[in-house]
Design a binder for this molecule. Structure first.
Ligand code: ATP
Length: 274
């Protein structure tokens, strides 16, 4: 495999806190790396440094050739533009002819179940929908390196499947994928390399080594006037009069609090791996 990016002794300090400490890393063409680790461990910082969006405090990123990057952030700024207006402008900047752009957008909107929302201002769209628009933008013109910051954190199950399919199609075309994520099944479906980020270090780990956060299955019972907490909707499946959710351990306490706040009662909890 051909090395396309090399991180030499990369360090990053924020407010006297050492987030990355002399990290060395080689990235190869067509590689698919998942960066995993606890909240605040430095995954986003790594991606942004690789994409050239954040300057390291020390060390150097060496690009072996000119590369087209696309970066899909975890959160989008709220904008007055509609999804269609936004993508049209982005496509124009990328130099895609009008008709080709319109056809590609129409197809991708349909693939991601977004057709009904394309004329809604982006400030009124959910986090998951905005992330899908970010992914569509990245798919309009094939990048050589695609960086995705927690790409599935707000997406429903059907969209997650579409996303995995599209990403694997890109991998088949030798696009290099770098993503931060917590979901074990996403890593298993998409990545060939897993890097654990923590304590300033980035180390390759074996996906089978029990590194991933434990997951829990939670059962909730609907109380009167219960509603859905938007941010957890993607994890929830309706089950009889209640619902169940599969959720990483680090998210579970917060989800329980939110569900109770939205009128649900916790009925059970079990280890998803058992
Ligand atoms: N622009 C910034 N200014 C100051 N501190 C920052 C900045 N960006 C990130 N940090 C801090 O750096 C640390 C690493 O943040 P980062 O977003 O890279 O973590 P992460 O692993 O991606 O977390 P998460 O899983 O929660 O998204 C955190 O403590 C964060 O507060």
């Amino acid at each position: 495999m051909r090395e396309i990016i090399k991180l030499n002794q990369i360090s990053k300090v924020y407010n006297h806190k050492q987030i990355l400490d002399q990290v060395d890393l080689s990235i190869y063409e067509g590689q698919s790396i998942a960066f995993t680790g606890h909240n605040g461990s430095g995954k986003s910082t790594m991606l942004k440094i690789i994409a050239g969006l954040v300057r390291p405090s020390g060390g150097k990123v060496v690009y072996r050739e000119k590369l087209l990057f696309h970066y899909v952030p975890e959160r989008f700024p709220k904008m007055n533009l509609t999804a269609w207006q936004y993508l049209k402008r982005m496509g124009e900047i990328d130099g895609i002819p009008g008709k080709v752009l319109a056809d590609r957008c129409e197809k991708l909107f349909a693939d991601f179940f977004l057709t009904e929302m394309v004329h809604t201002p982006m400030k009124d769209l959910s986090k998951g929908t905005l992330q899908k628009i970010g992914v569509i933008q990245a798919l309009l013109r094939r990048p050589q390196v695609l960086l995705l910051d927690e790409p599935l954190s707000g997406q429903d199950m059907d969209s997650q499947m579409v996303f995995i399919q599209k990403m694997n199609a890109l991998r088949a075309e030798k696009v290099t994928l770098l993503m931060s994520c917590h979901e074990k099944y996403l890593v298993e479906s998409l990545s060939d390399t897993v890097m654990a980020v923590g304590h300033g270090q980035v180390n390759e780990v074996d996906i089978t080594a029990g590194l991933f956060a434990k997951e829990y299955i939670l059962w909730f019972e609907r109380q009167e006037n219960a509603s859905w907490p938007e941010e957890y909707r993607p994890y929830i499946q309706i089950a009889g009069k209640g619902c169940r959710a599969r959720i990483p351990e680090h998210e579970s306490s917060r989800m329980i609090v939110e569900m109770i706040r939205h009128g649900w009662k916790l009925r059970g909890m079990s280890d998803a791996q058992v």
